[in-house]
Design a protein around this ligand. Structure first.
Ligand code: CAO
Length: 249
């Protein structure tokens, strides 16, 4: 299977914007140009589907806050998400697969490296955290903070951005209820996370308020089927609902 596509598309509109009012032109950064090529390739070559789910993080939230206070490391939801993804990769090996370059063979990885999208002034960067299954939540939190800060300040060497098995893209600090992240090839799935919200849930004859985290799981439908993905998402939701399933320190 070739990844070369010939699309007979009309040319990109060449508009004289200045004819309609004042404008300014800004060249794309190197990272934006590189990213644009990869995103366009992934968008047109991968048959994407995005599965939506929610995780009840009511019990996790006080544990996260306490861990942040007691460890002296800022612990956000992201290290828990990365840990849950790494456990999911171990339990569902098809998620830890990549199609080889000719699309004929699946490569199954036995390591668990998870990338996370960082929004920097120069564009989107995806550092990769290695061997996530062996690290505690606090270890992951400090690793994420260091990689995120370096990505924003100096940028990262290529060695810190390759070899990922799956990516987490969190917009939870900003807002939103769901989105359709683009798979970061040759990975086969990406987890998008939005802002947690308090929602009423039926409990017996009454009602209780639960903190619900929206999960948007996009996948390559050539490799994964909807049922696999629903199971993976249910695994994430189940793990995130049980703080005791995480090694904290
Ligand atoms: N729900 C509610 N609050 C959340 C949350 C969520 N899902 N996720 C994070 N928050 C809170 C954090 O707890 C933190 O609160 P406090 O400051 O009160 O402790 C605050 O939001 C800020 O979090 P943060 O941004 O410092 O840390 P993070 O671990 O959530 O994210 C990073 C780190 C690097 C992933 C993030 O800053 C970032 O750059 N995200 C952008 C990813 C992106 O652009 N994706 C789109 C890709 S497609 O174009």
């Amino acid at each position: 299977m070739s990844h070369t596509l010939e699309l007979a598309l009309p040319p990109w509109p060449d508009v004289d914007y200045a004819a309609f009012g004042e404008i300014e032109t800004v060249p794309l950064s190197r990272i934006q140009k590189l990213g644009a090529g990869y995103l366009a390739r992934n968008w047109v070559t991968i048959p994407h589907v995005t599965h939506q789910d929610e995780a009840d993080i009511t019990a996790l939230e006080p544990v996260r806050k306490r861990l942040s206070e007691e460890s002296g490391v800022k612990v956000t939801l992201l290290p828990f998400l990365i840990k849950a993804v790494a456990a999911g990769l171990a339990r569902f090996p098809a998620f830890n697969a990549s199609l080889d370059a000719d699309g004929q063979t699946l490569v199954l990885k036995k390591y668990f490296h998870v990338g996370f999208a960082v929004d920097t002034p120069k564009g989107l960067i995806v550092p990769v955290v290695r061997d996530c299954e062996r690290k505690s939540v606090v270890e992951l939190a400090s690793g994420i903070a260091a990689l995120g800060a370096r990505a924003r300040d100096k940028g990262l060497p290529m060695a810190d951005m390759v070899g990922g098995c799956m990516t987490v893209s969190s917009l939870g600090h900003i807002g939103g209820t769901g989105f359709t992240p683009i798979v970061n090839a040759p990975e086969v799935a990406i987890l998008g996370v939005m802002r947690a919200q308090w929602k009423p849930q039926r409990e017996g004859d009454g009602m209780s308020w639960r903190l619900m985290l929206p999960l948007s799981l996009s996948y390559d439908h050539r490799v994964l089927n909807g049922a696999d993905v629903a199971r993976f998402a249910a695994h994430l939701a189940d793990m995130l609902a049980k703080p005791e399933s995480f090694p904290l320190l």
